[in-house]
Ligand binder design. Structure first.
Ligand code: NAD
Length: 239
């Protein structure tokens, strides 16, 4: 049976690249769910709605076999908005997937779910969640991830969580363009550590590839469902 895809947050940086990768390999049944519309494409069905509203989600999830959940508020917001979208919204999306008989739910988590500000060197997926997060975004990404993993096998749903660190690439607006702007304006007056710090930044194509691989390979008999995966480039880069 041919697959149908819904990219939640599909008008964002990562979500749109996932849509483009699906289009590039000839997928015919591609849907986007987002609170805003950032591009046009006749080959894509757009559902404009709020992930915090079950009725919006259920309309979009009908007839879908694979959901990619990439939605999250932008950086620098308060706990309430992160909690409502990343936790309540994720729970409502899970409910809609279960109700509509969606087969696979691939969640874009974050490596920050295991980060409390202390150095991590050669960390892997055996790292536990941290007791205290450094910001509300990280905390709510953990809670969203936990909700996703708990939904494994409910009504046959297959789930996994992918954890990139910072994502970079063309059309990215929240990270590197802001760092470069600050540098150009002479605002880089502080240095953490001795200048040799390494930080994991993942190129957008690698993050997209991980999402597609997860969806292509997450069958009922594979170990993918219920698992989390860090998504990295080969090497961390100086930061
Ligand atoms: P983005 O802000 O570009 O895209 C997120 C999309 O979610 C936006 O289009 C936004 O409109 C949508 N959205 C927000 N609230 C919504 C709501 N209430 N209902 C429906 N849609 C809503 O973000 P991104 O950089 O593409 O990040 C995608 C995912 O990857 C996020 O889950 C983020 O936590 C995760 N992540 C990002 C990075 C990074 O460096 N960008 C790193 C690790 C993890």
């Amino acid at each position: 049976m041919s697959k149908s895809y819904l990219v939640v947050g599909g008008c964002g940086f990562l979500g749109r690249y996932i849509v483009e990768a699906l289009l590039a390999r000839g997928e015919k049944n591609i849907h986007v769910f987002d609170i805003r519309k950032s591009f046009d494409d006749d080959r894509v069905t757009f559902h404009i709605g709020d992930i915090r509203k079950s009725e919006d989600l259920e309309l979009a999830c009908k007839g879908i076999s694979t959901v990619f959940h990439t939605a999250s508020p932008t950086h620098g917001m308060g706990y309430d908005i992160y909690y409502s979208v990343n936790v309540i919204g994720t729970e409502k999306l899970i409910e809609a997937c279960i109700k509509c008989g969606v087969k696979q739910l691939v969640y874009t988590s974050s490596s920050s779910v295991v980060f409390n500000g202390n150095d991590i060197v050669n960390g892997d997926e055996s790292l536990p969640y941290v007791d205290k997060h450094i910001d509300p975004y990280n905390k709510t990404k953990e809670l969203g991830e936990r909700a996703i993993l708990k939904a494994k096998s409910v009504n046959g749903l297959l789930v996994c969580a992918l954890r990139p660190a910072g994502i970079f690439g063309p059309r990215e607006v929240q990270g590197w363009p802001q760092f470069l702007k600050a540098a150009k304006e002479g605002k880089n007056k502080f240095m953490f550590g001795d200048g040799n710090n390494l930080c994991d930044w993942t190129y957008i194509d690698n993050v997209v590839h991980a999402h597609i691989l997860a969806a292509d390979n997450m069958t009922p008999n594979s170990p993918i469902s219920g698992s989390v995966y860090f998504i990295t480039n080969d090497e961390p880069i100086p930061f």
